[in-house]
Design a protein around this ligand. Structure first.
Ligand code: DLL
Length: 440
């Protein structure tokens, strides 16, 4: 594996004394709270209901007084209700799939794009990128933050960017080989697929110049890291983020590979008990909650990510002082991430309700085959259709497959099953069988 010499993009900030980080956070938190209270009706109303005024927030220690924000708030206020500035100040919209057909969107001012770019630049630098590097961006470009986010960060470090976007494995490998890409940015599962396709397509791994990769947008494991590092002879780093907060780069791994440093001068991370909302001490497992403290367009106050992890503020051997978050080990809601795409069972349900001949009883079965996620949607036929011609049933199958592709954005295998064969549950319906092991 190639050596990574631990370059730091912004050492003054990234290696700052923890006391100074907390001072910066306190100052910026106060400004952000005043900004949203003045400009966003939802935040003002929530704070009024909770009996908290902006003046009550004197430091990070008072953060817990503020009410939480949820994905449903973004949906309810879609698309512009949470903007804290005039729409004319917004220079970009990015999004991800929401709990219904509507995406979750976030508006960015130029300041927000710049802050996000700096976060990704820090991440790519930690993974070894610099001016001499050639960064192949294989995250999707578009509303999804992966492509443009990685692109901006790579440009900021002065690297040469190959803006491939996702898909077309043969072409990805050809460009990587011919242009001599030194860094790959994509989902870990697709990276493994690329690595495995390499030999099948007759390439010799030694002919590639790749030295590292920044992989994220979906949960992955140490086992997958080992596999990736072996396939390409690279260092594989984890990068985390979410649209609501910025995109990739909210947290990133350094060469020590022991947790992801959260960019604490831009966001405050907390871990809370998912049931009670009580703040938990560092080291305990719970739900990750973020508050943005430099975002101006659509600031997020105590945003519940639903991602489960731990935080660690002990010193890191790389010299960076920002708190580290562990790998994501699960979700507190029913969101699945399949090949980097966020999928909610309610989206599938929405599709099924529109198609006649099928019942609303379904099961999502997720497997990881050769490191690639596969989704099978089992759907019950109604009694009336079950006795119909095979060609009619095929039509239904195709319609569901197409609709899932268009609404959810991923290809799923649809399996139609006879009436009353999907187990009924007495309480909350069990809709997901996830056979992937994300704990290792
Ligand atoms: O996935 C942003 C991103 C792009 C991150 C490229 C890293 C690389 P969303 O589409 O809004 O944004 O999905 C956010 O994805 O709440 C996590 O559940 C999951 N996620 C993102 N990164 C990781 C990671 C992008 N490294 C949701 N490990 C988050 C585990 C991740 N889960």
């Amino acid at each position: 594996m190639k050596v990574n010499e631990n370059k730091i993009y912004n050492p003054e900030i990234e290696c700052m004394d923890r006391k100074d980080i907390l001072d910066i956070q306190s100052q910026r938190l106060k400004e952000t709270v005043a900004h949203v209270y003045k400009n966003v009706p939802m935040y003002r109303q929530r704070m009024d209901e909770a009996g908290v005024k902006p003046e009550d927030i004197k430091s990070v220690d008072d953060l817990h007084l503020l009410p939480f924000t949820n994905k449903t708030d973004l949906r309810d206020e879609f698309p512009y209700g949470l903007l804290a500035v005039d729409k004319s100040e917004i220079v970009r919209i990015q999004g991800s799939s929401g709990t219904t057909g509507k995406p979750i969107v976030s508006g960015y001012t130029q300041n927000d794009v710049d802050v996000w770019t700096e976060m990704v630049a820090r991440s790519l630098t930690a993974a070894g990128a610099g001016k001499d590097d050639i960064v192949q961006v294989t995250y999707g470009y578009g509303l999804f933050t992966g492509g443009l986010g990685a692109h901006q960060g790579a440009s900021a470090v002065g690297a040469m960017v190959i803006p491939m976007s996702s898909g077309n494995t043969q072409r990805q490998l050809m460009m990587m080989h011919d242009l001599g890409a030194t860094m790959l940015c994509c989902t870990p599962s697709y990276a493994i697929f690329l690595g495995e396709s390499l030999k099948e397509l007759g390439y010799d791994p030694k002919e590639f110049k790749l030295k590292s990769g920044c992989f994220g947008a979906e949960p992955w494991t140490e086992e997958m890291r080992e596999k990736l590092e072996g396939l390409f002879d690279i260092n594989a780093y984890n990068i985390y983020g979410l649209t609501e907060i910025a995109g990739p780069g909210v947290a990133f791994e350094c060469p020590s590979k022991c947790g992801m440093h959260v960019n604490e001068d831009h966001v405050i991370a907390e871990i809370v008990d998912p049931k009670t909302g009580e703040v938990l001490p560092y080291g305990e497992t719970g739900e990750l909650v973020f508050t943005t403290i430099t975002k101006t367009g659509m600031p997020m106050i105590r945003y519940r990510t639903h991602d489960i992890c731990t935080l660690d503020a002990t010193p890191c051997s790389c010299g960076r002082t920002h708190v580290r978050m562990s790998r994501i080990t699960g979700r507190t809601d029913d969101m699945l991430i399949i090949r980097g795409v966020n999928v909610f069972p309610s989206q599938i349900e929405e599709v099924l309700l529109r198609i006649s001949g099928v019942s609303p009883h379904y099961m999502l079965v997720v497997d990881r085959v050769n490191s690639t996620d596969r989704l099978e949607v089992q759907v019950e036929l109604t009694d009336e259709i079950f006795s119909d011609k095979v060609s009619d049933i095929e039509k239904i199958q195709n319609a569901i497959t197409e609709q899932i592709k268009s609404v959810v954005g991923i290809a799923a295998k649809v399996k139609l099953v006879p009436p009353k064969t999907i187990p009924r549950s007495e309480g909350k319906a069990k809709r997901i069988i996830d056979n992937r092991d994300l704990t290792k």
